[in-house]
Unconditional design. Structure first.
Length: 369
C-alpha cells in the first residue's frame, strides 16, 4: 500500500500529514504500507527538511516535473511509479485517523474492492453527507443508485491494477477539478466499490490558505473539467442514467454556485451571462433526461440566465434554489419526475438520512479518541 502525499509548498503542514499516515497504517503487516511524498515545485531536500528527523529516512520522496498548478501531475507520477497493490491519496493539509488505512486494506482484501470510499469528516463544523447512498448501504455500491457522483474526490483506497487496466489518470489540463475524470471513470469501471462507513477515516483540514480550489474562477473555468468529461468517448458511451447522475451533480454543486459567486463578484455582465448559459446548455446535452429532474427553482434560475435577466433578479432566483426545504427546491416542474432517483426530493431524503449517519459516526469517533 502506498500512501501518497503530494506537496507543492513549504508552508504546508506536511509533517502532520505524514505522522497521521503512519498512525493510519498502525497494525499493518511489516512492509505492507509505505508513505510516499511527491515533491511538486519543490526539491526532495526541501521536502525532507519539512519532516522531523525520525521520519526523513522512513518516508519515500519522489520528485516530479515542475508543471501544472494542481495535484494531478504528482498523483499521476506516483501512480506510474508505484509497485504497491493499493494506493491512497492524502492532501498535505489533511490527516488520516489512526488505523484508517489498516481498516481499508482489510475491507479490500476481504471483499475484493477496487475502491474503498472513506468516512470523511472535517476539522471545522462542516457536515459531510456524501456518499448519498441508499439507506444502510455500504457494500457493493452502485454509481447511480448510490449517487456516488456527489463524492468526487479520490480519497480512500484504490486498487492500482484497476486504474492501470483502463489507463485512468488525473486531468493535468484543468486548473481545478483535476480529479473529476479520474473518479468518474473509476466509478464506471470498478468491479466493486465499498464504503468504510464510520471511523476511522479521513479528516479534511481547514487551515490551508493556498488551495487551488479556493481561488476565484470564472464559470467556464470551474466547469472546465465536467465540460471536458462530457466530450470523452467513454463518458458519452455510458448509460443515460450514469450520465444524468454525474451531470446533475455538476449542475447543482458546481454550476449554480459558480454562477452565484460570479454574479456577486462585481464583474458580472452580459458576456458572463451568455457564457454561463452556453455552459449550462453544453452540460444538458450529455445529461440525458437531466433537465426533467432539476427543481422548479433550478429551472427558473436557468431561464433567467438564458434571457439575460437583471443581476438582482438572477441572484434572488439563485438564493431561492438554496432554500432546500421549500416546494420550489424540492419539486420538479413535471410531476412525473418528482420521485425520480436523481430528483431533489429523493436526494433531500437520502441526504437527511446520511446526515444522521454522519453525526452518529462522528460521535462514535470522538468517544474513541
Amino acid at each position: 500500500m502506498d500512501i501518497v502525499i503530494p506537496v507543492h509548498s513549504t508552508s504546508r503542514p506536511l509533517a502532520r500529514a505524514v505522522a497521521s499516515a503512519w498512525l493510519a497504517a498502525r497494525g499493518a503487516a511489516p512492509g505492507q504500507c509505505r508513505v510516499t511524498v511527491v515533491a511538486h515545485h519543490l526539491t526532495g531536500d526541501q521536502v525532507r527538511e519539512m519532516l522531523p528527523p525520525e521520519h526523513r529516512a522512513a518516508v519515500h520522496v519522489l520528485e516530479c516535473e515542475d508543471r501544472g498548478t494542481t495535484a494531478a501531475v504528482p498523483r499521476n507520477e506516483a501512480l506510474r511509479r508505484t509497485t504497491a497493490r493499493y494506493v491512497s491519496f492524502l492532501d498535505s493539509d489533511d490527516t488520516l485517523d489512526p488505523g484508517a488505512v489498516t481498516r481499508w486494506i482489510g475491507i479490500a482484501e476481504h471483499r475484493g474492492s477496487d475502491l474503498v470510499m472513506p468516512f470523511q469528516h472535517h476539522e471545522n463544523d462542516r457536515v459531510d453527507i456524501t456518499p448519498i447512498t441508499r439507506p444502510f448501504r455500504s457494500a457493493r455500491l452502485d454509481p447511480v443508485r448510490d449517487r456516488l457522483a456527489y463524492r468526487s474526490t479520490a480519497f480512500g483506497l484504490v486498487r492500482v491494477s484497476a486504474v492501470r487496466a483502463f489507463g485512468i489518470e488525473f486531468d493535468e489540463s484543468v486548473v481545478t477539478g483535476e480529479d473529476q475524470s479520474f473518479v468518474m471513470r473509476l466509478y464506471s469501471v470498478a468491479g466493486r466499490i465499498d464504503y468504510a462507513v464510520g471511523g476511522p477515516g479521513l479528516q479534511m483540514g481547514a487551515d490551508a490558505t493556498d488551495r487551488v480550489s479556493r481561488e476565484a474562477r470564472t464559470v467556464r473555468e470551474v466547469l472546465a473539467a465536467p465540460l471536458k468529461l462530457g466530450k470523452q468517448t467513454w463518458f458519452t458511451d455510458e448509460s443515460q442514467s450514469f450520465r444524468t447522475a454525474c451531470i446533475l451533480k455538476y449542475i447543482r454543486v458546481n454550476f449554480f454556485p459558480a454562477v452565484e459567486e460570479m454574479a456577486r463578484s462585481g464583474s458580472w455582465d452580459s458576456t458572463c451571462a451568455q457564457d454561463a448559459a452556453a455552459a449550462f446548455s453544453q452540460l444538458l446535452e450529455v445529461a440525458g433526461r437531466g433537465k426533467e429532474q432539476l427543481s422548479r427553482a433550478d429551472c427558473r434560475a436557468a431561464r433567467l440566465l438564458a434571457r439575460g435577466a437583471e443581476q438582482n433578479e438572477l441572484l434572488g432566483a439563485l438564493e431561492a434554489r438554496r432554500r432546500f426545504a421549500t416546494p420550489a427546491a424540492l419539486l420538479t416542474e413535471d410531476p412525473r419526475w418528482v420521485l425520480a432517483r436523481q430528483a431533489p426530493l429523493r436526494i433531500a431524503a437520502a441526504s437527511a438520512a446520511q446526515m444522521v449517519r454522519y453525526r452518529l459516526a462522528l460521535a462514535a469517533r470522538r468517544t474513541r479518541l
